[in-house]
Ligand binder design. Structure first.
Ligand SMILES: Nc1ncnc2c1ncn2[C@@H]1O[C@H](COP(=O)(O)OP(=O)(O)O)[C@@H](O)[C@H]1O
Ligand SMILES: [Mg+2]
Length: 302
């Protein structure tokens, strides 16, 4: 088990004692930006983003969540947070990037995105320069940046999927969800060939059920797209998740010893443990992401 994995293992012990504990043995490793997406909506992305972010934060990592889901049940609603401004207001120059940040449970930082990323791509050269400065400042305060992109293959979702280095595709065991997850994997394979793609099966009936589903997607992806998918893990269908959602609380904090919480801790451990390999030891912050987006958008017009 890696050092980070051990740290997270200790967190689950702390949770059991209803205690949050900052672990001081963090290694200084490169920053990572991870997008979470799905083919079909309602598969549990936003819940996963929040709870994985809290698991990482409680192991001492500085975590920034970007809520870029344009759907209705997004992160602010799940946490009962009201945010007057989003990235869109940053793009129009009404407020600064620092103004829109909110602190969520477990010390995670949240940036409400709206359709701001798309709007940002239409900003002028001058505006971009100041935006890049703010993004770098934001990056300096985060070890992990997790982007909830929303579902499907809309331009808003694709903006992220094309340029993010690490992508988690979430599916449930439902055949339509699996088919749509594969469609998303296929699009990523064409649009962002260097990306590292991870699969999470949520609302799984059993570990075996999840393994079979991830196995099927992986076999097809290997055969027809020639790519390797990484099965990050699964989260069981758990009534505690519904209870926590109804209370607008993350289940990891309300029900730390629930099966869903344990599963989230396990897959977060795996994610943290894969750090060096996945990042290629490079820094992947929001400033790098947006400069890739800006560059590509410009070259498309040449
Ligand atoms: N592991 C789970 N077990 C039971 N219900 C779940 C689980 N994960 C998510 N849900 C339920 O599914 C619904 C959709 O979750 P959400 O995170 O909003 O999905 P998405 O962001 O993909 O649209 C929520 O109401 C939540 O209660
Ligand atoms: Mg959502």
């Amino acid at each position: 088990m890696s050092k980070q994995a051990k740290s997270l293992r200790r967190v689950i012990d702390d949770y059991a004692g209803q205690r949050l504990h900052v672990i001081d043995e963090l290694t200084s490793s490169p920053q990572r930006t991870i997008a979470i997406t799905s083919g079909k909506g309602g598969v549990g992305k936003s819940n996963l983003v929040i709870n994985m972010a809290i698991a990482l934060a409680s192991s001492g990592m500085r975590v920034l969540v970007v809520d870029a889901d344009l759907g209705l049940a997004n992160i602010d609603l799940l946490l009962g947070i009201t945010t007057p401004y989003t990235l869109e207001h940053v793009a129009t120059g009404e407020v600064s990037l620092e103004d829109i940040q909110v602190t969520g449970p477990g010390g995670i930082k949240i940036i409400p995105g709206g359709s701001g990323a798309q709007r940002l791509l239409r900003t002028s050269e001058e505006e971009r320069a100041s935006l890049m400065r703010s993004l770098r400042e934001l990056d300096d305060q985060a070890d992990f940046i997790i982007i909830d992109t929303g579902a499907g293959l809309s331009p808003n979702v694709l903006t992220f999927l094309k340029f993010v280095h690490e992508i988690i595709v979430v599916t449930t065991p439902e055949p339509t969800s699996v088919a749509d997850a594969y469609a998303t994997v296929k699009t990523i394979a064409y649009e962002n060939p260097g990306a590292s793609i991870m699969i999470v099966v949520n609302m799984a009936r059993s570990p075996k059920n999840a393994q079979d589903i991830a196995g099927n997607i992986s076999v097809v992806a290997k055969k027809f797209l020639g790519i390797d998918l990484d099965f990050l893990g699964s989260v069981p269908r758990d009534p505690m998740v519904l209870k926590a959602v109804a209370m607008q609380q993350p289940f990891l904090l309300s029900y730390p010893s629930s099966n869903a919480s344990k599963a989230v801790i396990r897959l977060t451990e795996k994610l943290a443990g894969e750090k060096q390999e996945a990042s290629g030891n490079m820094r992947w912050g929001l400033s790098e992401l947006f400069s890739r987006m800006f560059y590509r958008v410009e070259s498309d017009h040449i």
